[in-house]
Ligand binder design. Structure first.
Ligand code: IMP
Length: 460
């Protein structure tokens, strides 16, 4: 099969970078189809760490790299990432919607207003989603309301672009004023290890200049991605769709409203790219333990469900995992909540994606935890179930995890063959396979590229 999709099986941050890079070695074309500046994928190339938010990982290998219609992108962020590379082989679909700074201002204002309302209601946590403040929701919202600015307009007639930016800026300003807030952008910083956000005023002139100038720089990358992918497919080229975020953040099937604003599931790539539903391989990336940034229930959470995480209150196992795994957002720097492995959500995720393979990442991080608890079912209101009610956040908050226990399996970082894994580690893998019906064909046992076990894995 010349098509392979790589998709986060849980709430994102599964360590897709390592798997994506390994598969890319064999690929001709790499396409991103959803999300935008909210994603951040970390790649370790030799002793260098590279974090990409928008560009597909193909740019690291000089391969044809495409941004499809289903993505959204901030033009200044695109320009900045592009500057890091010489001779980029990049194509951007004219239909892709642009995130402009007023989208970030609106995202920020809404989150702030939700927090303020929660404080007024004397609640410790409120309606805030805990977004990455990257303007994702407002950009997709404007796409649906048909007021958005596509890549095509960004690179088109300057006077028309200015007019549209002005109309959108004023529209957003009106909403923000209604919330009793100012038109400011969030500037995220880590100061003395703490995540802080500072307000930066945002003018119409700034937004206009940014749009016009970046449009001029980016115009040369315009390409009909839908047509190009179809042609590449017909020519038998190997194509990778590099997913962003994770299945439980899907706008329709995730934990709505605590979700992102794009379709994250593997089958959504067909509509996001604009190609027929040809057969494809679906590699689900599943971290050995789930993590989540942002609010919303995590049934097996080790951090008292609290968001933002209060690290001084955290469970010792969560602390160890977070520290070892450096579980902080690549985009925001916020600490991620950590949970015990959960087969109920993985099964749900498999039902939505149809994994042909699972790639288990960060398995070595669990090696000395004893016992490892693996959730196999939930008890909700006195009933045992292995079905995941993703749509009912109250039921998920009441759900009690039922665990199987797996004994500590010791250091596995030097193992390269599945048969050489200790029995506890194999038990874990087999439980995952039994719960989903999908083979675990990639197991990552350390950060290096060589620290990977492949079990009859074929990338295409
Ligand atoms: P947004 O996508 O910035 O609107 O954020 C919506 C929700 O998705 C929040 O809970 C975010 O923390 C989460 N989210 C967005 N992008 C990522 C990602 O790349 N990894 C993990 N969580 C993400």
């Amino acid at each position: 099969m010349p098509l392979t999709t790589i998709v986060g099986a849980l709430w994102g941050d599964e360590g897709k970078g390592k798997v994506v890079d390994a598969i890319n070695e064999e690929a001709d074309v790499i396409v991103k189809a959803n999300g935008g500046g909210n994603a951040g994928t970390t790649y370790v190339i030799g002793d260098k760490k590279v974090i990409l938010h928008l560009l597909p990982s193909g740019v690291l290998r000089g391969k044809r790299s495409l941004l499809a219609q289903g993505m959204v992108a901030r033009p200044d962020q695109l320009c900045k990432e592009i500057e890091e590379f010489d001779n980029l082989n990049l194509g951007i679909d004219p239909r892709l919607h642009m995130t402009l700074h007023y989208h970030l201002a609106l995202d920020y204002a809404r989150e702030k207003a939700a927090d303020l309302k929660a404080k007024g209601d004397n609640k410790t946590s409120g309606g805030a989603i805990g977004t990455t403040l990257s303007g994702i929701g407002p950009t997709y919202e404007q796409q649906k309301s048909r007021a958005g600015i596509r890549f095509f307009e960004l690179c088109g007639d300057e006077a028309k672009l200015r007019q549209k930016v002005k109309a959108n800026y004023e529209y957003v300003q009106g909403i923000i004023r209604q919330l009793g807030l100012e038109m400011v952008m969030p500037d995220r910083k880590i100061i003395e290890g703490k995540y802080v956000i500072e307000d930066v005023p945002l003018s119409l002139e700034q937004c206009e200049e940014l749009a016009v100038e970046s449009g001029k720089k980016l115009k040369r990358y315009m390409a009909d991605v839908a047509d190009e992918v179809l042609t590449a497919y017909k020519e038998g080229k190997k194509i990778v769709f590099q997913g962003a975020q994770g299945t439980l953040l899907d706008i329709g099937f995730g934990n709505y409203p605590k979700v992102t604003s794009s379709e994250v599931r593997a089958p959504a790539v067909y509509t996001a790219v604009g190609i027929p539903a040809f057969p494809m391989k679906v590699v689900g990336i599943v971290k050995a333990y789930p993590t989540k940034v942002g609010s919303g229930p995590v049934v097996t959470c080790l951090d008292c469900q609290k968001w933002p995480v209060d690290e001084s209150f955290s469970d010792p196992v969560a602390k160890i995992i977070r520290e070892r795994g450096q579980e902080k957002g690549a985009t925001t720097g916020r600490a991620r909540r950590v949970g015990w492995p959960d087969m109920v959500i993985l099964k749900y995720s498999n039902n939505l994606n149809g994994f042909t393979d699972l790639a288990l990442t960060r398995f070595d991080l669990l090696s000395d935890i004893n016992p490892i608890k693996v959730c196999v079912a939930y008890m909700i209101d006195g009933k045992v179930t292995d079905k995941y009610p993703a749509w009912d956040l109250d039921a998920l908050t009441r759900a009690k995890p039922l665990y199987a226990e797996i004994p500590c399996f010791g250091d596995i970082t030097g193992i390269r063959n599945y048969d050489d894994l200790p029995s506890g580690a194999k038990q874990f893998v087999e439980l995952m396979e039994k719960s989903t019906g999908a083979p675990v064909s990639i197991i990552s046992v350390g950060p290096e590229r060589s620290q990977t076990i492949f079990r009859n894995f074929k990338a295409f």
